[in-house]
Design a protein around this ligand. Structure first.
Ligand SMILES: Nc1nc2c(c(=O)[nH]1)N[C@H]1C(S)=C(S)[C@@H](COP(=O)(O)O)O[C@H]1N2
Ligand SMILES: [Mo]
Length: 214
């Protein structure tokens, strides 16, 4: 049964990779409810990325954890997936006015950062993506909120448009903090660093309980 499901998933993914679109079969295998909470669909996300959907070649892909660390890391996709993983139902709120609540499955950003051994004074995490997009978050927030680097949505491997291989689940932050196609986690002591949208006027704090401009 499980093997059957995995085979089906593999077939769907092959299709998705070739077309760069979410295959309708993927939509039919994603879960719609979790612990009594009704979920949105991964196809509810609005495509608004700065350079369109990216297609990452997983055989050459590496996730770097570097910057202000003693022990920089360069993980393959499967090495990242080898870390302990967690599930979370979390809502993404975009500044454009739409939001989607789904089940995320991922690894702890703080586990990856800790493996790289952050130096004293490290207080910021700067994320870089395959399309050149950047954003940042306080290291303390990343630890306290147990922030995930997600590789599945609604129990389906992230489709390319949703950020395959990884999307940051920046709980309680505006959508522009939810960086997709993440390829670098850079530890820093520059707490005033401004990412792509932050340097264009959106609040650096990005807290979704506060105004998006700040
Ligand atoms: N790499 C990258 N990540 C990105 C963006 C982008 O342009 N490039 N756009 C951000 C914005 S503004 C939003 S609202 C969310 C949307 O993510 P979703 O497609 O998973 O909803 O992605 C964020 N992450
Ligand atoms: Mo957004």
């Amino acid at each position: 049964m499980k093997a059957c499901f995995l085979l089906f998933l593999a077939a769907c993914l092959t299709l998705t990779c070739c077309t760069g679109q979410v295959d309708q079969n993927l939509k039919s295998v994603e879960i719609k409810e979790y612990n009594g909470t009704k979920l949105g669909s991964m196809t509810d996300f609005v495509e608004n990325s700065i350079n369109g959907p990216q297609s990452v070649n997983i055989s050459t892909y590496r996730l770097s954890v570097d910057g202000l660390v003693a022990n920089p890391q360069h993980y393959t996709y499967s090495e990242v997936l080898g870390h302990r993983s967690f599930l979370k139902v979390t809502t993404l709120d975009c500044v454009e006015g739409w939001s989607v609540k789904v089940l995320w499955h991922g690894v702890l950003v703080s586990d990856l950062v800790d493996e790289a051994k952050p130096s004293p004074g490290a207080n910021t995490v700067i994320f870089h993506a395959y399309d050149g997009y950047t954003t940042s978050l306080p290291l303390q927030y990343v630890r306290d909120k147990k922030i995930l680097l997600a590789y599945k949505i609604n129990n389906v491997t992230l489709p390319p448009a949703n950020g395959y291989p990884f999307q940051l689940v920046a709980e309680d932050k505006w959508g522009y903090k939810w960086i997709r196609w993440v390829d670098e986690i850079r530890v820093s002591n520059d707490s005033s660093y401004k990412g792509y949208w932050e340097s264009r006027g959106y609040s650096n704090d990005g807290d979704n309980s506060r105004p998006m401009f700040g």
